[in-house]
Design a protein around this ligand. Structure first.
Ligand code: GLA
Length: 416
């Protein structure tokens, strides 16, 4: 009898160890031992600007422009190919690029961007076909992961169109690709794209993903109007992403979708659903808020022809430093009313980033005691858009334009 009990206990232990998922660490450490996506990934992605009309010439030009404009230098390292690159499978079932769009193949493009110190991202989907109807990876996970690794791909965005809606299946399918990427022998950042529908923040990191979309596709607009049936803008996305701060950290990021900075109502995917464009003030808010939320910074504008304002916004190194800060905290929204939102993000050197957003349409005056944000004492106040120290003290007051976000770095160290 005693023997039987022990046998059952032993069997249960063996079973539970056997079915327990491998530790998260095993998934997210690179072969060199460091965390994959230690800070939020930064780059440029094809979708909002080109849709599926992509080709290797435009992508090389974009990589050149990213280098020339200084984007690569300030951190935008990934050139990311979204949907539309695929040309089916060959007679050995290997996924292949469309030969008209990528006559030199993906490996040549990877080599090209690597030669500039950049990285290459690619796209697939956990179903037979992608969102735009191209060949996808379901049941070919290991084979495709090996192909991506052989090409020198560094990042995979994995979409969920055409897949069953339940959370269990999503986890099974995302785990299959995460495992395949791990087995591929190359460090490939894994980006889950199921639009936040199945609470991926609760499970995607555990499967081995470094980021997960939290919302539907961003459109090039401030906010969805009551008269519009669909199409989310910056404010809609902000409200979905802001409360998920506890789930973010080094190697695991909430992804509120790409930046729309500099698109100016370009027709194409971001122009659908009422995406008629934003003002530069609104694009500055996009950059400020995504930075303080430690979101991936993935630009989508035409980098080849950026105007001065777009450059000023995307290339602001002080703002990028808030986003890329080593502590890896997603800023917390401490003030939330119909006009004002204030976010607070602790930084690695003891400073604090504070973003003040005026959601109303008109310029308004604002005054806040830092103690209301849990920040006690005196601070040096540096305005990261003006690039200068604008004051010191225990509070801030001033005008904020309608739809503007001010971004500050508060420092006590620098007062000592
Ligand atoms: C989905 C994704 C987008 C983009 C398209 C491509 O809509 O959410 O980001 O990748 O598919 O078809």
């Amino acid at each position: 009898m005693g023997g039987l009990v022990w046998l059952i206990v032993a069997a249960v232990i063996t079973w539970s160890v056997g079915v327990r998922p491998p530790s998260i660490e095993a998934h997210v450490r690179s072969s060199g031992g460091e965390l994959l996506a230690q800070t939020p990934p930064m780059g440029w992605m094809t979708w909002n600007y080109f849709g599926e009309n992509i080709n290797e010439r435009d992508l090389r030009e974009m990589a050149d422009a990213m280098e020339r404009s200084g984007m690569v230098k300030v951190g935008y390292k990934y050139l990311m190919i979204d949907d539309g690159w695929q040309g089916g499978r060959d007679n050995k079932n290997n996924i292949i690029p469309d030969p008209k769009k990528f006559p030199s193949g993906i490996k040549a493009l990877a080599d090209y961007v690597h030669s500039k110190g950049m990285k290459l991202g690619i796209y697939s989907d956990a179903a037979p076909l992608t969102c735009a109807g191209y060949t996808a990876s379901l049941n070919f996970e290991e084979q495709d992961a090996k192909t991506f690794a052989a090409w020198g791909v560094d990042y995979l965005k994995y979409d969920y169109c055409g897949a069953p809606s339940d959370a269990h299946t999503a986890q099974v399918r995302y785990r299959a690709m995460a495992d395949a990427l791990r087995k591929s022998g190359r460090d490939i950042v894994f980006s889950v794209c199921e639009w936040g529908e199945r609470r991926p923040w609760a499970w995607a990191s555990g499967l081995g993903a470094q980021l997960w979309r939290t919302t539907h596709d961003v459109r090039d607009k401030w906010a969805k109007k009551p008269s519009e049936k669909w199409g989310v803008g910056l404010m809609d996305i902000l409200d979905e992403n802001a409360d998920l701060h506890e789930y973010a950290g080094p190697g695991k990021w909430n992804d509120p979708d790409m930046l729309i900075v500099g698109l100016y109502g370009r027709k194409g995917p971001s122009g659908d659903g009422g995406g008629s464009g934003c003002s530069d003030t609104e694009y500055q808010s996009n950059m400020s808020l995504w930075s303080i939320m430690a979101a991936p910074l993935i630009a989508t504008n035409d980098v080849r022809s950026m105007n001065a304002e777009t450059k000023r916004i995307l290339l602001n190194e002080e703002v990028i430093a808030v986003n890329q800060d080593a502590l890896g905290k997603q800023g917390v929204r401490k003030v939330k009313n119909i006009v004002w939102n204030v976010f607070v993000k602790p930084l690695a050197n003891g400073d604090t980033a504070v973003a003040i957003l005026n959601r109303s349409d008109a310029r308004q005056n604002y005054a806040i005691e830092f103690s209301e944000l849990g920040l006690n004492g005196e601070f040096e106040i540096r305005d990261l858009w003006q690039h200068k120290v604008t004051g010191r003290g225990t509070n801030w007051k001033g005008d904020v334009e309608g739809h503007e976000t001010k971004l500050f770095r508060l420092s006590q160290n620098r007062l000592r």
